[in-house]
Design a protein around this ligand. Structure first.
Ligand code: DLL
Length: 434
């Protein structure tokens, strides 16, 4: 449901609404008298009336470390019996991060995910094949509740069991597919292998991991849909923080509920629109876990100005990567998604790849980019050298490229794609690497 009142309001109207909501949030945090209220007092804030939107950059950040330190419920700002659900991130990178929702938060989340689906042209009567994982991860349940709110029919497939997914796509004829971009590619390839008719699909909402324009093209080549990006994180609410519309021109941030800033990851100072910076969110309407200036670690740029779809919400670029995922190779900083762009843009290799950081010798760290030859590549012509040259020319990156046999790079069935693996000792993480 495109809600013009909320999504197409004037800049001034929205700023007034944000300020009003921010005021309420600060008052709630101070009244709850937990750690967040204490941090605000330490920053000299005695009431919501003290805080205007322009003051936001002067308030202290909230960090993942603070969430971890307060694990599991230390930052929750409502009595325990008002917590209706918990979700969290998988914690593959370290400790799990748990987040709490009141009933009102769940309702807000459903509305935000309904907005995401509407961005893709879905409405009452749409059929949504939801292959995000269900469980603590927010992808499955978030999109599910959004689809229900929208009046669509949702098929709760969750991840994995690809053969069965393909069967359901052919049998139920959904118009909307929701899953990670890596799994969308896998589903498209599996559908083609099985000769399944998936022509009912019109749009897909893919997110939870970084992906490049080149991967978008690869997905749109194997599935008959518009591939759209959805961004979110458990700490803020889950999916539904920002979504691309069918114009495919940046992700509309639901800034009436999630006030966004982009800051320099090193200094924490705001960066101008159009400049990549770390995204920072403040959640003025959340109840159980309202966060002031939460540092996401995700790097993207912001753009203002209306979109052809009518939405006036600030837009964010695709996420380039997480500040802490940045690879530093011989002094060159590069995000995995930039390597993906060069590989897939070359047309020399297929869309499956993995970046191996060989740390067996501390003094001589190597970066090996493992990929598979494109199915239509001329036989016998090894593109490794040419690809290594492209990475050097485009990114200034010194990497070795290993073209491995088709099917060797692991395909993701469940959860998020693992793009970077460490090789610290013993056998290589992928066969045929030396
Ligand atoms: O991944 C929420 C989500 C589910 C978003 C389904 C979209 C679709 P977490 O597991 O907490 O939540 O992981 C959040 O994933 O900080 C980003 O680093 C990354 N991420 C999420 N969406 C995107 C995206 C969900 N569209 C973390 N592009 C975030 C790039 C993304 N990275």
């Amino acid at each position: 449901m495109f809600d013009p009142k909320a999504e197409a309001m004037s800049v001034d109207e929205r700023a007034a609404l944000q300020r009003h909501r921010l005021w309420g949030m600060i008052d709630r945090l101070l009244a709850a008298d937990g750690p967040q209220g204490r941090w605000l007092r330490e920053a000299g804030i005695e009431g919501g009336a003290d805080v205007h939107l322009d003051d936001l950059p002067r308030l202290p950040f909230t960090t993942k470390r603070q969430l971890w330190d307060a694990y599991p419920f230390g930052l929750v700002a409502v009595p325990r019996d008002q917590v209706a659900a918990v979700h969290g991130s998988s914690g593959t990178k370290g400790r799990p991060t748990l987040v709490a929702y009141t009933r009102a938060d769940l309702d807000l989340w459903a509305s935000m995910c309904a907005r995401s689906l509407a961005c893709a042209g879905a409405g009452a009567g749409s059929l949504v094949h939801n292959a995000y994982g269900y469980g603590l991860f927010t992808g499955g349940m978030g999109i599910h509740q959004g689809a229900v709110k929208l009046g669509a029919t949702v098929v709760p497939m969750s991840g994995g069991m690809t053969e069965r997914q393909v069967r359901m796509l052919a049998d139920l004829k959904p118009d909307i597919l929701t899953c990670t971009p890596a799994y969308a590619l896998r589903l498209g390839e599996a559908a083609a292998e099985a000769g399944a008719d998936v022509s009912s699909l019109k749009a897909g909402i893919f997110g939870a991991e970084p992906w490049s324009e080149e991967l978008r093209a690869a997905i749109e080549a194997v599935l008959p849909l518009k591939a759209l990006d959805v961004y979110g994180l458990s700490e803020i609410i889950g999916p539904g923080v920002a979504t691309e519309c069918l114009e495919q021109d940046g992700l509309h941030v639901n800034e009436d509920h999630f006030i966004v800033e982009a800051v320099d990851p090193l200094t924490g100072e705001p960066v101008p629109d159009g400049t990549p910076g770390e995204l920072v969110f403040t959640t003025p309407t959340k109840q159980a876990l309202p966060l002031v200036r939460y540092r996401t670690g995700d790097v993207a740029s912001l753009a203002r100005g209306g979109c052809n779809c009518g939405r006036t919400l600030v837009r964010m670029s695709k996420v380039m990567g997480r500040a802490d995922d940045m690879l530093v190779v011989r002094g060159v900083n590069v995000y995995p998604s930039e390597i993906e762009r060069v590989l897939l843009g070359s047309g020399l290799v297929g869309p499956h790849y993995q970046i191996v950081v060989d740390r067996r010798k501390e003094a001589a760290v190597r970066l090996i980019v493992a990929c598979e030859a494109a199915t239509d590549a001329a036989g016998g012509d090894d593109p490794s050298e040419r690809l290594a040259g492209l990475l050097r020319a485009d990114l200034g990156l010194h990497a070795e490229v290993a073209v491995v046999p088709a099917g060797t790079v692991p395909r993701v069935e469940v959860g998020k794609a693992v793009r970077v693996v460490l090789w610290t000792e013993g056998a290589p993480p992928l066969p045929d690497l030396a």
